[in-house]
Structure formats: C-alpha cells, structure tokens
Design a protein around this ligand. Structure first.
Ligand code: PLP
Length: 462
C-alpha cells in the first residue's frame, strides 16, 4: 500500500511532540497485519467482555498522534476518553512521572504519607467550583470517586436516597451501575443493583418538546423526584454538567442553576460528576463554571493526571469531614506517581491556557460540523462545548436515532486513520474529545476526514 502523508501546509515540516511527528500517515490498512495478529492473541487471552473501539495496537504516542505497531500514525480525536487533555506524553508530565518513579512508587498514603497527595488536594481546592474551604480524598478510578461521593453525602446528611438522571453514566461498579442509565452494555445481566437510586428526566434540548427552558426542565426533574422519593429522603443529586457516555447532552441554560437552588433549599447535596468535563475540556476549568454554579462535592478523574490513574472527590470541608476517621481511602488511592502527573498536568493547564485552547478547538470544529449539515441530512444536532463536541445522527427529518450511520461514520474515520468515538443512549452520537494541545494543522486534517465521512453517506449506500 502507498504511503499517504497529510499536512495542511506541506511547505512547513510537521510539529513533533515526544518524538512523534504530528501528521496522519498510513502505511497499511487500519488495522494492519501486525495489529491483526495481536488481535488474535487478544481474543485468546483477554476477556471477551472488554470492549474495543479500534483494533490498531499502539506502540507509541505523542501529542495527538498514536503510532501503531504497523507504523501507521493516527490522529487521536478521543484522547483516551478525555484523559490526555495535555496531549499524549506531554514532556512536563513524563518528566514529573519519571522523577517520582525514581524516588518511590508507593507507600500507601494511609500508612505513611507523602507531600504529593497533599499538594494535589491543595491544588484541586483552588480549581473546583465549590465555595469556601475544601477537603479532598484521592482514589484510583472515576467509579470509585462517585461511590465515595455518595458515601460522603450519606454520612453528611444522614439520608439514603440518591438522585440521578436519564442518560447518566457514572461507572461500572455495583452502585455506579445502578446510577448509570443505559442497560446495554453497562448493566444487562449484572444485577441486582444497589437500591435507593432514583432517576429524573434530564434537560435534553434536541429531544425535549420545543421551547422547554432549563428552568422548566429542572421543575420537571424535581417534580419527578418529589413524587418518587421526596426531598427530605435525598442525600444527594448527582449530575454530569454535560453528559458524557450518555450522548454529550448539554442541558438548556438555567437547568443546572435551578437544580442547584432547589438542592440548597432542601438540604440535598449537589454532586457534580466532572469526570469527563473537568480540567479545561469544555473551555472552562470545570463545566459548572460556565453558569457560575457551585457544587457541594465534585468528582474528578480522567483529565486529572493526563493518563496516570487518579481520581478524587473534592468538596466543602464540613461535608467531607462528616466522615469518621478511617472511613475513606484505598490501597492505591493518590498513588505518588499519579500525583506527580496531576501536579504537572495542572501546571500545563495553567501555563498553556488549556481552557483557551479548548475554545479555539470549538471555533474550528463547530463551524465545520454545522456546515456539514447541508450535505448530511442525518445530522440532527451539533452540540457540546469547548473541545467536547458531538454530532447526533438521526433518520433525516425525524428524531429516530441512526446508530448504524454513527457506526459507519466512525468506521470510515478509523479506516482513514482518525480515531473518533461514539456514545449516546441510542448509540447514534459521534463524540469528539481531542487533546487540547492538538496541533492546528492536525486538527484541520482530522476535521476534514470526519466531515468527509459524515457527508459521504450517499456514496456508501450505493
Ligand atoms: C468515565 C466516567 C466515569 C467512570 O470513570 P472510570 O475511571 O471509568 O471508573 C464516571 N463518570 C463520568 C461522567 C465518566 O465520564
């Protein structure tokens, strides 16, 4: 197969990050022969239940490029699901990880502490949309953070019930499965689930009756919760400010402030699950900042440490400290290497102004997606904020989800060397989560491939 090299400006040599040229370059089909052999080994050794978006095995990554074992350079518009916001192998993060690894890998913070954990807690306190003094517990995964937020809310309020929303995704452990909305693939066959979880209707402007304001949608949600359980039973209301796996559903303006006000009036703790939206992804440091909403507790993971497994719950001091000593923790929570990565990531976010980079990405990507609508009548909605954008695909002229079309668009991008992800309750949403540091020429190239895939429906149907 011939080599295809794409650079928006061929007179300029491509940027290089962590030794990886920031270009798309295909040397074989994707996946190539070496990946296909590894896929066979994978199938014979790895549990079938572990999903796979694109079976190109990665050998190296830098910036927004993944280099696979066949020598193909792929444009990464997924960032490992909104994790490497600073880009793959950001030199600052790698240096911090290396330095800490040489010092020590683990002590268990609950046995003998170290400064990195404390420094991450201090740093998070200054970043999260929570008023007043904060306290933090660090953990290893997002689901674990959500579980702990519920534990803390129950301990602080003496109440049991947890409110969540349609299309929510909060993880795959038993409690978080109960909080997650979608049965396939997350829940089916895995019950019984944890109790005392109540689900309210989300504000979903594309699918809500026309003209339903954020305030009206909040009223609808509150009515549903009051009917099901009553405010006085609710420990917390857990919400993703922009939903992730559920379809990048961005509630109508006013929805989150109205819910926050209702929570405050009824002693219900507001838990913002910012695991996917956090750390500059949406153009603000946190998505709640957009409308100036304040939470009692915030869950963080994904973008927190740019690829090292680290998660946390950050909240108002008096809420967090309602838990008895020894009630929170875990062997690996706040691992020192992960903490070093988080501190370097926070430095990069500030010094390279990643919120501004996210807004710049939106300024390129959104108009291109909007323009594609003219030639792709299946695009029902273009939505999201910052570098968290999505296209919802439907049968033209209807609200009927078109998951097959989303799968076709994703496959077309993958074959062309552009990694995109799908999501949504109906599996009909293409979601874009590029590293926030993505090289502009590479973003332009990835965008062009995506637009071509979106508008190429007639060709593929023939
Ligand atoms: C990914 C995600 C989780 C779960 O995080 P894991 O690290 O996969 O356990 C929870 N909530 C949201 C909003 C997420 O995007």
């Amino acid at each position: 197969m011939t080599t295809v090299t794409v650079d928006a400006d061929p007179t300029r040599s491509p940027a290089v990050v962590a030794g990886v040229e920031q270009v798309r370059r295909l040397r074989t089909a994707v996946p190539g022969p070496v990946s296909l052999r590894l896929r066979e080994r994978r199938a014979a050794a790895v549990a079938a239940g572990v999903g796979m978006v694109l079976p190109a095995f990665v050998e190296r990554a830098g910036g927004a490029v993944l280099v696979d074992v066949d020598g193909n350079s792929l444009v990464d518009l997924g960032a490992g699901i909104a994790v490497v916001n600073a880009g793959h192998a950001h030199p600052r993060v790698v240096a911090a990880v290396t330095e800490q690894a040489e010092a020590f890998l683990h002590t268990c913070f609950m046995v003998t502490p170290y400064e990195g954990y404390v420094a991450v807690a201090e740093r998070l306190g200054g970043l999260v949309p929570v008023d007043g003094p904060t306290r933090t517990v660090l953990l290893s995964s997002g689901a674990e953070a959500v579980e702990n937020a519920v534990k803390i809310a129950r301990a602080a309020t003496g109440r049991d019930a947890v409110a969540v929303f349609d299309h929510a995704y909060h993880g795959r452990t038993n409690l978080t499965m109960a909080m997650t909305a979608k049965a396939m693939p997350y829940k089916r066959g895995f019950g019984p689930f944890a109790g005392e979880v109540y689900r309210a209707p989300m504000s979903y402007p594309f699918r809500d009756p026309a003209g339903l304001t954020g305030e009206e949608a909040a009223e609808r949600a509150v009515r549903s919760l009051v009917t099901q359980v009553g405010a006085e039973e609710l420990a917390c209301l857990v919400i993703e400010p922009i939903q992730g796996e559920g379809g990048f559903v961005e509630p109508a303006p006013g929805f989150l402030p109205a819910l926050a006000a209702w929570c405050r009036d009824h002693g219900v703790l507001l838990v913002a699950d910012e695991i996917q939206t956090g750390f500059a992804r949406t153009g603000d440091v946190f998505a709640l900042d957009h409308e100036g909403v304040r939470a009692d507790l915030v869950t963080v993971a994904k973008g927190l440490a740019d690829g090292m497994p680290l998660a946390g719950v950050v909240g108002r001091a008096e809420v967090m400290d309602a838990v008895h000593a020894g009630g929170l923790g875990g062997t690996y929570g706040g691992n020192p290497v992960a903490c070093a990565a988080a501190l370097a990531s926070a430095d990069v976010m500030t010094e390279e102004d990643l919120p501004a980079r996210a807004r710049e990405i939106e300024a390129v990507l959104r108009p291109a997606l909007e323009a594609a609508r003219e030639h792709a009548p299946g695009i029902g909605d273009v939505r999201g904020r910052g570098a968290m954008l999505a296209v919802e695909l439907v049968r033209p002229g209807t609200l009927e989800p078109d998951a097959a079309e989303a799968a076709r668009v994703a496959r077309t991008c993958h074959e062309a060397g552009v990694v995109v992800l799908t999501c949504g309750t109906y599996g009909n949403v293409i979601r874009l989560l590029p590293p926030l540091t993505i090289d502009p020429a590479l973003l332009a190239d990835g965008t062009a491939v995506l637009v071509e895939a979106l508008t190429g429906r007639a060709g593929s149907a023939a």
